[in-house]
Design a protein around this ligand. Sequence first.
Ligand code: THG
Length: 367
Amino acid sequence: MFSVFPTARLRPSPFYAAAVADGMTGASIYNRMIMPSSYGDRDAEYWRIIEGVSQWDVGVERQVQLKGPDAGKLAQILSPRDLSKCKIGQGKYVPLCDHQGTLINDPILLKLADDLYWMSIADSDIWFWARAIAAERGLDVDITEPDVSPMAIQGPKAEDVVAHVCGDWVRDLKYFWFKEVEIEGIPVAVQRSGWSKQGGYEIYLRDGTKGVQLWNIFKEAGQPWGIGPGAPTTAERTESGLVSVGGDTDDKTNPFEVRLGKYVDLDVADDVVGILALRKINKEGPQRHQLGLVLEGETPAPLEFAWDRIEKNGASIGNMTNCVWSPRMKCNIGYALISTSYKSGDSVEVVRSGKAVAAKLVELPFL
Ligand code: THG
């Protein structure tokens, strides 16, 4: 039996006690917090997301709040996606790049007011970065980590559950749009979003003392639809083609290489961090691209964390950045970050634990 000991540095989320009470059996670390990753039956958890409704503690998706007269200016300086048309109540998926154009995070940006934004971040320390850039550019903006913790309700039945709790207005929310409301007196923002392609919402809790109460409201309301606990799932997100920045990317990966070029607007102002490098990369053409891999063999892949080498005729041509058994495709699938000389349809070999496994390159998403 393995235990994790929460500390001031390794924080639990406000939902942690509820996750433990619901039988959490495994967790990982994300943004220096504990993220529940399983409740003991990964197969059941997978099918619950595909066919039903699943409840996730994703409090690790921390918010970096930008507040003040230059909040909007800073948001735009930090991201090469054009934010000029972003409305209050709207969220946008935005790559963040460094000065070389390397992808460092991929938050959802939420615009709460003209002078108030949240970046709902993936796993890297963006408040350091945002404070440094704001100070260097002389901007008038306060950068903090507010008491805000997302809980996700995901799956084809999520809409019914969230409508039952919040009202039918949630059915009209467009993707990444949100509304600030109260649920039984608990302040939240309700957004149509979540790290799966099965549909759903995220409930951003705005009072960390109410986590267990909010968890239980959805747990009880969801009973008629068979709600149960779950977590972001490698199998579903891989089938669906979602990118995990930091997992599928390294310290040289730019957005064009991992299919995020459509979120880069090359015409943003020259003061946007990384845009000069991104224009150059775009002009010269990226060296690598991300494709799917379908591996031969019918044994579910062991969990392996290395970026396994991809070879063609013995020469190294790229890496397999993740690999997982697909319950719907009934084979092992993964992502290749591979030289652009190789295309969908090509046969390659992946070196796993010293053994070459035959694989085929395909377009993403798989499903
Ligand atoms: N929810 C919240 N915060 C987050 C995540 C989340 N922060 C970290 C991480 N996830 C950020 N990464 C992603 C990646 C993809 C998507 C959302 C967050 C996503 N993408 C859709 C797609 O790729 O099809 C739609 C993107 C679009 O076209 O706008 O949903 O999950 N709160």
